[in-house]
Design a protein around this ligand. Structure first.
Ligand SMILES: N[C@@H](CCC(=O)N[C@@H](CS)C(=O)NCC(=O)O)C(=O)O
Length: 265
């Protein structure tokens, strides 16, 4: 609990917006005595990598036991891999979720359990890992990399879910987002979204691009052709896809198609 509170305290003081999942431990944080937090703050980054166990509970694939098609869980796994942290994955279905996860965390996944603490909401988990395991840093420069990805996920989800022949407007919206991303790499001439090193923003975007590329091939006859129309974005994708973190967390395209197939019904 102490670490939960300290994390929340630092998040609030650095204006990170806490999401719904963390409200549950805010109510008992009012009687804050700032003194101990100072020491906890000083303890930032002092977790030993082998200390305690981390388990990531995440959506299961079609067989109920393999890793499922969740880009948010994939984001967390990329952060864990980029930071060289040890963890195990626990794919869950509605039937196999642990009781404590359902009772105390609304069954939300991805959920990262680290020793006796648990966090849900991928952005909170990413911030937690960045705070307590600051090396290597995935901070990035915050802008403009983050803003250029805004609205990308809903745009591609709506396009993939749209019935064939009726998706011109969704396609146009998606193409606007893809053009903006491509243009970002042209104008910044950077290797990654927020500079020449990987950031949280890359770890978030890459799983979405993997879904998009797979679903375009599977459901949309290859339209739009990312390789031809958005070459700098395509180069970026290939650059990150060759990283050990991405290779280690890749799951079958069939799982992606299974997930979007269900969403399209
Ligand atoms: N905003 C959430 C979204 C998480 C989410 O949508 N998770 C879905 C899969 S992508 C899931 O785990 N569904 C299965 C379940 O909740 O049982 C986050 O960023 O963590």
């Amino acid at each position: 609990m102490m670490m939960n509170e300290a994390f929340m305290f630092v998040c609030v003081s650095s204006n990170i917006v806490m999401e719904e999942s963390t409200k549950k431990f805010t109510h008992d944080s009012y009687a804050i005595c700032f003194f101990p937090y100072f020491f906890l703050f000083c303890g930032r980054g002092r977790h030993r990598r082998s200390e305690g166990g981390m388990t990531l509970y995440l959506k299961a694939g079609p067989d109920g036991t393999s890793v499922g098609d969740c880009p948010f869980a994939h984001f967390v796994r990329l952060v864990l891999e980029e930071k060289g942290l040890e963890y195990t994955v626990q794919p869950c279905t509605a039937e196999t979720k642990p009781k404590w996860l359902v009772e105390h965390y609304e069954g939300k996944m991805p959920a990262l359990r680290h020793r006796k603490e648990c966090y849900t909401e991928s952005s909170v988990i990413g911030d937690y890992l960045e705070f307590f395991f600051p090396e290597p840093s995935l901070q990035g420069m915050k802008s403009p990399g983050t803003s250029v990805t805004e609205g990308f996920f809903p745009a591609f989800a709506q396009y993939i879910k749209a019935a064939e022949g009726k998706d011109d407007s969704q396609l146009q919206v998606l193409q606007g987002k893809l053009s903006a991303l491509n243009e970002h790499f042209v104008s910044s001439d950077s290797s990654f979204l927020e500079g020449d090193s990987v950031s949280l923003a890359d770890c978030r975007l890459m799983p979405q691009l993997f879904h998009l590329q797979t679903a375009i091939e599977g459901f949309k006859g290859g339209v739009p052709d990312i390789q031809t129309l958005y070459p700098r974005l395509n180069d970026y994708y290939d650059r990150f896809a060759s990283r050990t973190s991405f290779q280690a967390t890749l799951y079958p395209k069939e799982t992606v198609l299974w997930g979007w197939g269900n969403a399209r019904k």
